[in-house]
Design a protein around this ligand. Structure first.
Ligand code: SAM
Length: 359
């Protein structure tokens, strides 16, 4: 302990010091989990009999020396098991169930990728702490790729089984044929899932990102979908009037430059009996009420280093991902929405699902 430090209750401090050690190890393992996902190492290791680093590297098509060091981190972290002296490594099925592509929608290695994505912008974010301002979307090279994987897990995999049923009668209406828009659609996976499932309905995806819309268009073409179109469009300046029966926004309101304008535009774009379905981050506006949130620190970190900063970069509101369901409820009311219902899905601690009506 330093000589100039104030006298502290050492026994009370010890657990905190231990916790900080765990935090360092957890942060380091998050990076290696991301690497394990991107290199396919978890997928290669899953279901395999105990194997040495050379065989694993050969099976995964990777460099043995790097694979051996990765196995060291995984073994020291208790993710991979290795009997002392064996030089053999195995991924228990119980761990593979949360770390492989086959584990979707529960693959925790997918969100782990956000941490190295954020680490790449640490220097300019530190500058923003001093000078204000922000970093635009373009500062995050892998964002749309990671987001598409995350969307596949948190939205697409449960869209038909859990999300559409939140609104009684919605599936039948979509089966009969409705006009649907998704604002901030990103790579468009959720909209394409709907377009495939409800061929009599028509779907429009809006996003400001050329890159995301290009990915969406290419994917729609590959799937041969003729009832979906994707448009590069700033969500704050939607011009549609009473056009849509349903508008969705999946994880796309809180990082807007002008979220109030987006919500007003969505309300105007809906028919008088239209529905807005908004997936956004679960949490309270008051940080003191988020101490029990299972993903609180993770979400505030993503918020500070991505969601908030991309908005501030363009002089925006900078709501941040942890704007809270209470703020969301007030903003939806201000935009003219009524009859709001906030739903939680059992398997999804990260999101709140709000259904609101125009009248
Ligand atoms: C967190 S991502 C979610 C993407 C997608 N809905 C999903 O679930 O994968 C937010 C999306 O909002 C888009 N976005 C941000 N600002 C926008 C704006 N002003 N107008 C339209 N889209 C915007 C981003 O390009 C990004 O694709």
């Amino acid at each position: 302990m330093c000589s100039s430090c104030p006298t502290i209750d050492a026994p009370a401090a010890a657990p905190f010091a231990e916790r900080l050690t765990g935090i360092l190890n957890g942060g380091a393992l998050s990076l290696m989990i991301s690497v394990g996902h991107r290199t396919g190492l978890f997928d290669t290791l899953a279901g395999r009999a105990p194997t040495n680093s050379a065989d694993l590297a050969a099976a995964a098509g990777l460099n043995e020396r790097y694979v051996r060091e990765w196995l060291g981190a995984m073994t020291a972290g208790g993710i991979v098991h290795s009997a002392v002296g064996s030089g053999l490594f195995a991924l228990p099925d119980e761990h593979a169930a949360f770390l492989t592509r086959a584990a979707t929608p529960g693959n925790m290695a997918v969100p782990a990728q956000f941490l190295p994505m954020l680490a790449r912008v640490e220097d300019p974010i530190v500058d923003c702490f001093r000078d204000g301002g922000g970093l635009p979307y373009e500062a995050f090279p892998r964002f749309h790729e990671i987001m598409a994987e995350e969307s596949e897990q948190t939205v697409v995999s449960v869209l038909l089984s859990h999300v559409i049923p939140l609104v009684p009668g919605l599936a039948d209406a979509l089966r009969a044929g409705r006009e649907v828009a998704d604002v901030g659609c990103g790579s468009g996976l959720a909209l394409m899932q709907l377009a495939t499932s409800f061929p009599a309905s028509r779907f429009t995806g809006y996003d400001a990102s050329q890159e995301a819309i290009a990915r969406a268009r290419e994917s729609a073409q590959r799937r041969g979908l003729s009832n979906v179109r994707f448009v590069v469009q700033d969500a704050a300046t939607l011009v549609d009037e009473q056009r849509f029966d349903l508008v969705t926004a999946f994880d796309a309101v809180h990082d807007q430059v002008d979220p109030a304008a987006m919500l007003s535009g969505i309300r105007r774009a809906l028919k008088p009996d239209g529905l807005f379905l908004m997936q956004d981050i679960e949490g309270h506006s008051d940080p003191a009420r988020n101490t029990e949130h299972p993903l609180g620190p993770f979400l505030y970190t993503i918020s500070c280093m991505h969601c908030m900063t991309v908005s501030l970069a363009k002089g925006g509101a900078g709501l941040g991902a942890m704007w809270g369901v209470d703020t969301a409820e007030a903003m939806l009311r201000d935009a003219g929405f009524v009859d709001q219902h906030v739903h939680r899905l059992e398997h999804d601690a990260m999101n709140a699902w709000t259904v609101a009506r125009v009248s």
